[in-house]
Design a protein around this ligand. Sequence first.
Ligand SMILES: *Cc1c(COP(=O)(O)O)cnc(C)c1O
Length: 378
Amino acid sequence: MTDTTDRTGPGTTLADLPLREDLRDEHPYGAPQLDVPVVLNVNENPYPVAPGIVADIAAAVAHAAAGLNRYPDREFLDLRADLAAFLRVESGAELAPEQVWAANGSNEVMLHVLQAFGGPGRRALSFAPTYSMYPEYARDTQTTWVVGQRTDAFTVDVEHARAMVREHRPSVVLLASPNNPTGTALPLATVEAVLDECSRLSQGAVVVVDEAYGEFRRSGTPSALELLPRHGNLAVSRTMSKAFSLAGARVGYLAASTAFVDALRIVRLPYHLSAVTQATARAALRHSEELLSTVGELRTRRDETVRWLRDVGFEVADSDANFVLFGRFADRHAVWQGLLERGVLIRETGPAGWLRVSIGTADEMQQFRTALQEVVSQ
Ligand SMILES: *Cc1c(COP(=O)(O)O)cnc(C)c1O
């Protein structure tokens, strides 16, 4: 454990405090935040918000600031309506504002899901390798974490998924699609098979398809939003952190049945979404087309990066996201370190031997390629 001695207080250490037993050996989660020239480690959009949109967001925040003596709109139905309108344009989904939920990043949305549907004596199921935050939501809500395995191609085998649902009887199933850190999108048939198996469980289960990278999916890859009209226990989560270039604003959301959303409303803290956040998100959504205008270019560069990595001899996972998982390295840490020494920060994550690189600007990807060739030719 890191040194947690309180140097400003009476010398208390974490061991002196009644921390929950199951948190004793845990560490705060997060990728290194290092000040280097080329940051390609947390799947952000490399393009900052354009000046005109910044001005509109600033004006909206100024307007909200004039009312900050009051608590914000607890139900934020205006923002939920704006998000529903966006999903209608993006995926053709017909959703009422009451079918949309939002929170401080989809991380908090997922925590709401686990608070409402997980808990002691219950199980959450996913398929590894997948998003490393999922087991943390489970831990924090004292939900038992159960994990199946993805195939060698990082997809989810339908029979394995069905068997895991039957055996473990989860109350929550989390399916990332496109998956992080592999970039793999799931066919809707897989999601439907999981929904079908869950419908056979006597206590029922909810299924969350995490589409944090949905906007980057290749053409022909469907969104699970299509399945919502037929499944009241399904939710599709999205975020403004990735394609929208708005990671700093902390806005994530999901679409589901009204009943599903009503369950989340029970566990959310009152006023969890600040007036500043609501104003920021609504102003950004007025410019969604311009904000998402970099997505096409990033997808093209993603496909080019996959091709280049394969051409120079790496193994590369197919990607529907704005990052690429590649390998394999006998000592991936040495490669990660070598890139860092050349000013390029990527992510040491996923199965042993693999590394993940986010798609940056053309110049950043050139620096990544040059650095990688130097490192591996040593
Ligand atoms: C980045 C990411 C998110 C989004 O997190 P936010 O809290 O919205 O920033 C959600 N799910 C996955 C799989 C991610 O990689």
